[in-house]
Design a protein around this ligand. Structure first.
Ligand SMILES: Cc1ncc(C[n+]2csc(CCOP(=O)(O)OP(=O)(O)O)c2C)c(N)n1
Length: 339
């Protein structure tokens, strides 16, 4: 871990071996669900999807360092793993992707993974990049004014980090020392735009210095490093010391969305090196090195995730779409002829 302003906090404990295996289990479930959604897209059943493949370790380790019973999370569209880690059921996610009547996020009105998920206290996930950052600053300000012991974690991409909203949110959070963790998943591409066409600096974390708080760059395929960096940021926020910017370097293993073809803008060498940065492989190898996971346990984790996703798919596939009579539900628009 490279800290740009502060030194790493040596008092942070690593997650237990058992917890690390649990985090890996969530990553594997997320991967199979993600693969399934792409398949459902190719079958013409899911309109569009943005994959979290490659981002799993960063997301699960970040959530692990927080306390879902009191903290707040503002996610964006690429967050299968964070959402599962926050207790979203695969069925709930699939209802969104398949636009089924019981989609808890937007009642099948919006893109998948758009809207809100009140059951797990998730609000504003949207395609409009970086809008969640000023909102996160607002949530953190409200918590601070109420004297609550809550930290707000806001997730965003490297492309979003170039938006004006990001500057405004970080500036405001820095001024008021708000309890926010700005968690940037840097996959080096904003759709087809590579990082060096997005910004004139090499590390997004260095931007934090302009707002008066620490910025930390961390390997987003390393669950221990991400956990430690986020724990330190959360500790700082809870102690009233203000925000931290974490830049987790990850690999986007698939094109931007199901509508994209990255072979048109990523070099053959770039695509060829991707599997080496696959967090499922990296975390599995780490757990095996530490004797926390055997080959048969690993296989069992994969089999049970596949089975869980199959069951969820069968359930949701058989569910109804919203009825035509519900067309105007959740809107203020009255149909013609009605008041
Ligand atoms: C305000 C706004 N500008 C542009 C877009 C088009 N757009 C959608 S996703 C995206 C790229 C975002 O990249 P990044 O923040 O790096 O996140 P990633 O998708 O790589 O995880 C862009 C430019 C948008 N949705 N919203």
């Amino acid at each position: 871990m490279k800290a740009t302003t502060d030194e790493p906090d040596q008092t942070i404990q690593q997650p237990s071996g058992e917890r690390m295996v649990e985090l890996y289990r969530i990553m594997v479930l997320s991967r199979y669900l993600d693969e399934r959604v792409w398949l459902l897209n190719r079958q013409g059943k899911a309109a569009i999807a943005a994959s979290a493949q490659g981002h799993e370790a960063a997301q699960v380790a970040c959530v692990e360092a927080t306390d879902p019973s009191k903290d707040h999370y503002l996610t964006y569209y690429r967050q299968f793993t964070a959402m599962i880690a926050l207790n979203t059921e695969p069925e709930e996610m699939l209802r969104g992707f398949l636009a089924k009547a019981d989609d808890p996020m937007s009642a099948a009105r919006q893109f998948p993974l758009h809207g809100a998920h009140p059951r797990v206290d998730l609000f504003n996930f949207s395609n409009v990049i970086a809008t969640q950052l000023p909102q996160a600053a607002g949530v953190a300000l409200a918590d601070k004014l109420r004297g609550l012991d809550a930290v707000t974690v806001v997730f965003f991409g490297d492309g979003a980090s170039s938006q004006g909203d990001t500057h405004e949110a970080m500036n405001f959070a820095g001024i008021h020392k708000l309890p926010v963790v700005f968690f940037c998943e840097n996959n080096r591409y904003a759709i087809s735009v590579p990082l060096d066409k997005q910004m004139g600096i090499e590390s997004i974390a260095t931007r934090a210095a302009s707002y008066g708080f620490p910025g930390v760059q961390v390997d987003g395929t390393d669950i221990v490093a991400v956990y430690e960096a986020t724990s330190a940021a959360v500790k700082r926020a809870r102690a009233g010391q203000g925000p931290t910017l974490i830049e987790a370097s990850v690999e986007r293993l698939l094109p931007h969305t199901t509508d994209d073809d990255h072979t048109r803008y990523r070099s053959t060498e770039d695509i060829a090196q991707m599997p080496e940065r696959d967090p499922i492989r990296i975390v599995s190898a780490m757990l095996r090195r530490r004797n926390l996971l055997s080959e048969s346990q690993d296989e069992a984790i994969h089999n049970s995730a596949k089975e869980r996703v199959n069951v969820a798919t069968d359930i949701v596939d058989a569910e109804p779409y919203p009825g035509v009579e519900t067309m105007f539900d959740h809107t203020d628009v009255a149909p013609r002829g009605r008041n």
